[in-house]
Each structure stands twice: as C-alpha cells, then as structure tokens.
Design a protein around this ligand. Sequence first.
Ligand SMILES: Cc1ncc(COP(=O)(O)O)c(C=O)c1O
Length: 248
Amino acid sequence: MKMKLEDLLKHIEKLKKVNRKNLKISDDADFVYICHNETVHGLKYNDIPETGDKILVADMSSDFLSEPVDVSKYGLIYAGAQKNVGPAGVVVVIIREDLITDDVIPGTPTMLKYKIHADNDSLYNTPPAYGIYICGKVFNWVKNKGGLQAMKKINEEKASILYDYLDSSSMFKGTVVKKDRSLMNAPFITGRNELDAKFIKEAKAEGFENIKGHRTVGGMRTSIYNAMPIEGVKALVEFMKKFEEENK
Ligand SMILES: Cc1ncc(COP(=O)(O)O)c(C=O)c1O
C-alpha cells in the first residue's frame, strides 16, 4: 500500500524524535540496519544505536577505512569498495561466523548467499582480480600512513578545517548538526539558489570537481574521502573565503 504524503511527513517527524539510546525495535525483527555514513545529506553515526539482542547490520560503503571500527558490535558490515578502498565492483563483507548459514529466504539466488562465498574462499565466481589488486595497494597505503587510527586523525583534521570555516562564515552554512556530521561528506548552502549556482560554476572553473550537492537535496557537497589530501581541503576553504569576500 502506498503511503499518503501527509502520512509520510508525519512519519518523518516521528523518526526525528527517535532516541538512539532507546530504540523501539519490533520483537520479531531479525536485525537492525544502519547506513553508517550517509553521503547524500552528509550524516554519520558517531555513536551507534543500542539494539539489545538484535543483530546490527551496517552499510559502511562510504566510510570504510576512514577510522577504526569495533567490528564485534556488528553482526554484518558490508562496504562497496568504491570510496576509500578501490574500484567499484569489489565489496568487503565482515560477517559474524554464526550468521554464515544455509538459513536464508527460500529462493535466495546462489550468488547472494554468504555461505557460498565463505565456503569457496570468495572464489565461487571469477573474482575481479584487477580491482582486488588495487585494493591490496590501498591497504598497504593505509598501513604505511600509520593504519586506521592515523587515517582517523587525518580525516578529523581535514573535516575540521572545512567545518570550522562553515561555522564561522556568514555566507556558507553547514546543513548538519555537529554531533551527526560526516568526516567524508560535508554538505553546505548559501541559502540562495542563484549564489549556490554561481559558486558551483566558479569552483569548477577553479578545478574543484563535483561540488554540486546530490540532485535530491541541492546546495553544495564536498567529498573528502581518504584519497583527498589536506592541501585539497585547504585550497577549497581558501577559494570559499575569496568567493565570500567577492560576493558580499
Ligand atoms: C553508504 C553507501 N551505500 C551504497 C552506495 C551505493 O553503492 P552503488 O553505487 O554500488 O549502488 C553508496 C554510494 O556509492 C554509499 O555511499
């Protein structure tokens, strides 16, 4: 049944009041799913929900390898490689041993059964060898940088350069409250559509690619994944300051 728009809006208002510490989870739920870092709005679970005896499942596609993760808190973590790990076409799955079973919905396609992949050392199908090779290179790069703790420090430093400026600017505003901000994706707006468009155009001409926000939300969005050096963030902030000065 389709939900009416007003019901959907009411539902969204209700969701906004959900307290992560006291989630109401249906008794018959098999698991609780979260998107650990959501790229469209630039949100991140900086503290994960308490789910009691329910299995926690997380999509970490957009922040995998950006910081250490206590994997023991999750039943399943999956991450498409395409952001911090390597080329699209590779997926990392970290799954609790006891969840690798034949107990799947009848009709589940073979390729979607984790047990098939686990039993065959992830070689049931022809693996994307080149993509995996590149992932290996990235894993070594992360290790040489000092590992995930060091990545977290670098990412926090990068993000704070941007967020500190957004918090002090009188033209640009971050769209996410501090506690839910992502280290990987920082959306912002000027509050005026024509000024946003001017900024995006001038930023592109200056070499800042993909600054336009996701089509569903508009505004601007910077993606500062592991591969973005701190110099890139500093250069963007300098450009933003100049734009603010010139467009007062
Ligand atoms: C958290 C998250 N999940 C899923 C996806 C979608 O991945 P795909 O483009 O492979 O469908 C993305 C974007 O790449 C993402 O950031």
